[in-house]
Design a protein around this ligand. Structure first.
Ligand code: NAP
Length: 274
């Protein structure tokens, strides 16, 4: 399953993997910076995960990998976890080489999610989060660290959602998806609703005050009906490409020791949308 590669490289692993935009993003930055390395996509089945890490551990050219569905939790078994991601976010999306070649697991989804919000002070502000899966965990982790106030979590399973609020030490309440929204400064869709091929997201944004920010992690389509509705209400809208590029930027530095080049974000977004 794993061919030897004779130059420095990183890669994204998952099952399926063809949909991943990570090779386009990292390849774009490598080319702009003139770094002689590659970023590949590698199809790894769940039962191959242990063999995958065993092989890569001994491959000096391998700088690390990003991890996508369905391996984000299982991969924790094969790496060291100095940041104790297991008991905080509970899932990793990046593995890189530490000192002595150790494979270190980390999660750049939370940091990537927060990048477009970082200029604002969220201390004590209220937020609404939709979904209770892996992305929601990264979102809640980031918001808790930013000192967010009340959080309303919309989820199919009230028990699971209440458990998440408690896990991240957040106060707030749980609502079903058809519940009436409270006013809040931030609404984040961390569910797949509104994604191409999935059910539409049907919520009434009218309770949100002017100045509220609506952030959709879904990026196919880029302008989801949720973001179109937010704009129609005159609210701020942030799309899922910001997080996608943000989490990749943090991983890129861990793999290749350089920050992504500045001043090319519009060109990168155009390329990803083509
Ligand atoms: P996940 O782990 O499968 O979690 C999905 C969550 O949404 C679960 O809580 C699930 O409910 C809920 N859900 C699914 N279908 C639903 C429905 N029909 N009605 C109500 N709730 C539903 O997926 P994920 O990794 O968190 O990803 C969620 C979305 O975020 C995806 O669209 C993904 O593409 C996007 N995402 C974007 C980025 C980015 O960089 N922009 C990064 C990560 C994820 P249950 O808990 O009841 O199963």
């Amino acid at each position: 399953m794993t061919a030897t590669i004779s130059s420095p490289y990183a890669e994204v692993i998952g099952d399926p993997i063809a949909q991943s935009k990570s090779p386009l993003i990292h390849g774009f930055w490598l080319e702009k910076l003139g770094i002689e390395a590659r970023y590949l996509a590698h199809h790894v089945l769940a039962e191959e995960l242990g063999d995958y890490f065993d092989l890569r551990r001994g491959d000096a050219n391998w700088r690390g990998c990003n991890i996508t569905i369905p391996h984000k939790i299982a991969a924790l078994e094969y790496v060291t976890d100095p940041g104790d991601i297991r008991s905080s976010i509970g899932a990793i999306n990046t593995v890189f080489r530490g000192e002595n070649g150790a494979l270190i697991g980390t999660n750049t989804d939370a940091g990537g999610f927060f990048l477009p919000l970082a200029e604002m002070d969220w201390t004590g502000q209220s937020a609404i989060v939709l979904g209770a899966g892996g992305a929601a965990r990264a979102v809640l982790f980031a918001l808790a660290r930013a000192g967010i106030g009340d959080v309303t979590l919309l989820a199919r399973s009230g028990l699971k959602a209440a458990g998440l609020l408690a896990h991240f030490g957040l106060k707030g309440k749980v609502l079903p998806f058809d519940g009436k929204l409270p006013p809040a400064s931030l609404l984040v869709n961390a569910s797949p609703l509104g994604m191409k091929g999935k059910e539409a997201l049907d919520i009434d944004l009218s309770p949100l005050p002017q100045g509220a920010l609506v952030y959709d992690l879904v990026y196919v389509p880029l302008e989801t009906p949720l973001l179109a509705s937010a704009k129609a209400y005159g609210l701020e809208a942030v799309d899922g490409l910001d997080m996608l590029i943000g989490q990749a930027a943090l991983a890129f530095e861990l793999f290749f020791g350089a920050k992504p080049p500045e001043g090319h974000d519009d060109e990168l977004r155009d390329m990803l949308l083509r």
